[in-house]
Design a protein around this ligand. Structure first.
Ligand code: ZN
Length: 292
């Protein structure tokens, strides 16, 4: 078992293949706990969040952010994760209760709740006037395949993506992690074949997170028979950027009469953050003072 959530990046010595490998068990469990997700919804949420965190680690600026949205016609609705360059991320799913029977024990049917029709969207805000937006149709609704397709179609980078979330009977997260392998321009087919073969032999990514003590051990097996070097390491965590001030703005769209009505009924004005499910409570005086 790996103790902490983090990711590592590595590349073969000839610079042909880049690998990002992430352990995300704790942060996916926190997302699961905060959103009270079903087993299948946890897997969908965890896969999207893990994928987004790996992609976000390529952002350069301290204030850059990346949002990964998967919107299918399935019962899950949309699954959205927003991350920054420092390894923190948050995520939401429209329907946290979305659930279907497993394909087989341990194999949750994420595609069934996402749906096979829909799109995957990546929004990168790197401080330019307009954020970069890339969108591709879903190919399977399993997320990893859809993300690999995004890299090929939108960024022209041949990629292999694996995302895994293992859910316990009590719905806690037993293991979660992800892997992105990307071919650099001019990469030889032979090295890609070796790595692809190594990955196949390694087995499911979530299982790797359980049997290894650290990501470095998985990396050495992934690069078996290839010289490589580790490039960077980044701690990962679930963290939201919401605060009282931000959530208070929700009430600006209400009229004073509406606010008085809600307050008379509830005794409090409450706003909930969609990304972390944290609630913020305000008195009527506070909001009216703010509106003025
Ligand atoms: Zn929040």
């Amino acid at each position: 078992m790996i103790a902490n959530d983090y990711l590592i990046k590595a590349m073969d010595k000839e610079g042909q293949v880049r690998v990002t490998l992430a352990h995300t068990t704790k942060l996916v469990d926190e997302a699961r706990f905060r959103h009270n997700t079903s087993a299948t919804a946890s897997a969908a949420l965890g896969r999207v969040l893990t994928g987004a965190l790996m992609m976000g680690s390529d952002l350069k600026g301290a204030n850059d952010s990346l949002t990964l949205r998967v919107v299918g016609e399935g019962i899950a609705g949309s699954v959205v994760a927003t991350v920054d360059s420092q390894g923190t991320g948050r995520a939401l799913i429209s329907n946290p209760a979305a659930d279907v029977p497993s394909i087989r024990p341990g194999k949750l049917d994420v595609a069934a709740i996402i749906g096979r029709e829909g799109y995957l969207e990546v929004i990168k805000d790197i401080g330019l006037k307009q954020p970069f937006v890339g969108r591709v149709d879903l190919v399977s609704g399993e997320i990893a395949e859809d993300l690999a397709n995004y890299f090929v179609m939108s960024e022209q980078i041949p990629s292999l993506v694996a995302l895994g979330v293992l859910v316990e009977k009590d719905l806690s997260i037993k293991a979660a992690g992800g892997l992105i392998v990307q071919a650099m321009p001019g990469a030889q087919d032979s090295i890609l074949e070796i790595i692809e073969n190594n990955i196949f032999n390694l087995g499911p990514i979530s299982n790797l997170m359980l049997v290894h003590e650290n990501l470095e051990g998985i990396l050495s097996e992934l690069f078996a028979n290839i010289d490589y070097e580790a490039l960077a390491s980044l701690p990962l965590e679930f963290a939201c950027r919401c605060n009282e001030e931000r959530l208070r703005t929700i009430f600006t769209s209400f009229s004073i009469e509406e606010l008085q009505e809600i307050y008379a009924k509830e005794g409090i004005l409450e706003a909930r953050c969609n990304f972390c499910n944290e609630t913020y409570q305000f008195s009527l005086e506070e909001i009216l003072a703010y509106k003025r």
